[in-house]
Design a protein around this ligand. Structure first.
Ligand code: FE2
Length: 276
């Protein structure tokens, strides 16, 4: 089974279309989305429609929540962006197709905050972190914050978790402590996706390892690499593995839309050109 795991599309249609085309070319069995389908970008309606068409399901991200209900702890640019986004898919919004509007709203309302892939407790899916599915950022430097990472790993029901939210692709690993538990004495590492060569084996090493995988962001990468990011989970054969992919897309087109066709802040367009 090969599963494309995508996250943080952020209403970036140009990036999403390139990722979907790449997924089509790679004999993928299914695609799942970890949330933040909308917010920040210029094409929320088209991206919701494509997620409905191509993804088995999508989780709820904090920006989906913000656009649908209310922004929580957002900076002014993000909050204003969520209000503009909401206008696009409300019944009084720019799209006069009432059936499409109702379908998009229903889709957003039914998003879950977490899921188990194939009902398998070893494969947790959340938008942000296992401990706080909508809000907690797990950054690379958090490998030094052993209390924070121990809490994140302890909150997993099994061996693996897949998260988005930071827009930085990579793999956190925890080597359990002497008593075989995740604790502050465990050894935590982060492997940055762009430094990996080939697939990363999610090897449990006789039960002493746990992993948290972040596929990066389709529509607003923040690791200094402006290319769209996603991951493929391979579950055929022995231990599962994950492979990261980066794809060029016409970011200038998306940037120009943000600057010329929306009330979104210019910064939201310009950051796409540099991936930060
Ligand atoms: Fe996001």
């Amino acid at each position: 089974m090969r599963t494309a795991i995508i996250s943080d599309i952020h209403a970036n249609l140009e990036a999403f279309e390139v990722v979907l085309a790449d997924i089509r070319d790679r004999s993928i069995d299914r695609t799942i989305c970890l949330g933040d389908v909308i917010g920040y970008g210029p094409d929320p309606c088209a991206c919701i429609d494509l997620v409905q068409e191509h993804c088995e399901f999508s989780l709820l991200g904090n920006h989906d929540f913000a656009c649908l209900l209310e922004p929580t702890n957002f900076n002014p640019i993000a909050a204003e962006g969520s209000y503009w986004t909401r206008e696009q898919f409300e019944p009084t919004g720019t799209d006069t197709d009432k059936a499409a509007t109702a379908r998009r709203q229903a889709f957003l309302h039914l998003m879950k905050t977490y899921a188990l892939l194939d009902d398998d407790r070893d494969f947790l899916l959340v938008h942000a972190s296992p401990r706080k599915p909508l809000s907690e950022y797990l950054f690379r430097d958090d490998v030094q914050n052993t209390s924070k990472l121990a809490h994140a790993f302890v909150s997993m029901p099994g061996a693996y978790a897949f998260v988005g939210h930071t827009h930085v692709p990579g793999v956190f690993s925890a080597e359990l402590d002497a008593s075989g538990q995740v604790s502050v004495d465990s050894l935590f590492e982060f492997d940055y996706a762009n430094e990996l060569e080939g697939p990363f084996d999610l090897d449990l090493a006789e039960g002493s390892m746990r992993y948290i995988v972040n596929p990066g962001s389709v529509g607003q990468p923040r690791d200094g690499d402006p290319r769209a990011s996603y991951a493929i989970l391979e579950q055929s054969g022995g231990c599962p593995s994950v492979e990261f992919h980066r794809l060029d897309y016409p970011a200038k087109v998306t940037c120009r839309k943000i600057l010329k066709e929306t009330r979104l802040a210019d910064r939201l367009g310009k950051r796409l050109l540099v991936g930060e």
